[in-house]
Ligand binder design. Structure first.
Ligand code: URA
Length: 284
């Protein structure tokens, strides 16, 4: 293939969101997980079925590429990895300590393919916290959440109810960009979960809004964004009980602008929660 054709092909991949080489053969990581779960259970109870079920596993490359190695931890977020994440997160006594702990934390394979960790934006003293999914390409390049197209839409959504980034604190349930902007796997969410929970504890917002299905699942342990969005739910963790409203992810609104009216309703719910909890009043 000549250089021009090669460059055009790479540009096509880039425009399609394929900007990271993962390996020679495609692996459906959601399929891996749904296959793994019954296999583990079956192997525990019916040992004689284990060899058969192993045949269901997708082929694992013999010499893993760096990216394949990068995802191996997250594919099997085992009890030790999760306990370690819990301990590291619990040890942080301030947002700066938590950020520093994440900078050196090696338990999430996404770190190996990301350019930088994305921790937060906005005002750490704000009483309104927004939680998204994971950094995309622009966030990975700049190290800040919601700076790309969905971030610009988020800013307009906030402005519609009189908010801006000086009045809110913004985080994500995943701290590193998933390659090609794929949806984070449940195992990747699980390993980052202790950190975002600790981040919430340290910020202590009075009101929260989750953006999209991954944040809904991680923070509120609920599935089904379309039926859950706009409801005033409670984030309950330890001593915290924080009114939280889920809404659609801005990226989903960019793909399907007709749903902006639903997001507008959810923003009005957030606004009324802010008024009820006096979250914008500094003396309350
Ligand atoms: N989408 C997210 O969920 N978070 C970001 O930081 C950027 C895009």
């Amino acid at each position: 293939m000549d250089r021009t054709a090669l460059r055009e092909l790479l540009e096509f991949y880039d425009a399609a969101g394929v900007d990271c080489a993962l390996g020679e053969n495609p692996i459906d990581r959601f399929e891996v997980q749904s296959v793994m779960q019954p296999i583990v259970l079956a192997a525990q109870t019916e040992k004689r079925f284990a060899p058969q079920s192993e045949a269901l596993l997708p082929p694992v490359p013999r010499t893993p590429t760096p990216a394949a190695q990068a995802t191996s931890t997250s594919r099997s977020a085992d009890a030790n990895t999760l306990a370690d994440a819990e301990a590291v997160a619990a040890n942080a006594n301030s947002l700066d300590e938590l950020r520093a702990a994440l900078e050196t934390y090696e338990g999430c394979g996404l770190k190996k393919t990301a350019q930088r960790m994305v921790f937060s934006d906005g005002n750490p003293n704000a009483k309104v916290m927004l939680i998204g999914e994971a950094p995309g390409r622009d966030e990975d390049a700049q190290g800040k959440p919601f700076v790309g197209r969905s971030g610009q839409l988020l800013d307009r959504m906030l402005a519609a109810i009189g908010l801006d980034r000086s009045l809110v604190y913004i985080g994500n349930v995943i701290y590193w960009r998933p390659p090609g902007n794929r949806t984070p796997t449940p195992a990747e969410r699980a390993v980052c979960e202790p950190f975002i929970r600790r981040q919430i504890e340290l910020v202590r917002p009075r009101v929260m809004m989750t953006l999209g299905g991954s944040a809904l699942a991680t923070i509120l342990n609920r599935q089904g964004i379309m039926k859950t969005r706009g409801q005033e739910l409670t984030y309950a963790h330890g001593e915290l009980a924080i009114p939280t409203v889920p809404t659609l992810h801005p990226a989903a609104l960019l793909r399907n602008p007709a749903n902006k009216k639903l997001a507008w309703h959810d923003l009005l719910v957030l606004q009324s929660m802010i008024e009820k909890t006096r979250a914008l009043q500094t003396d309350a």
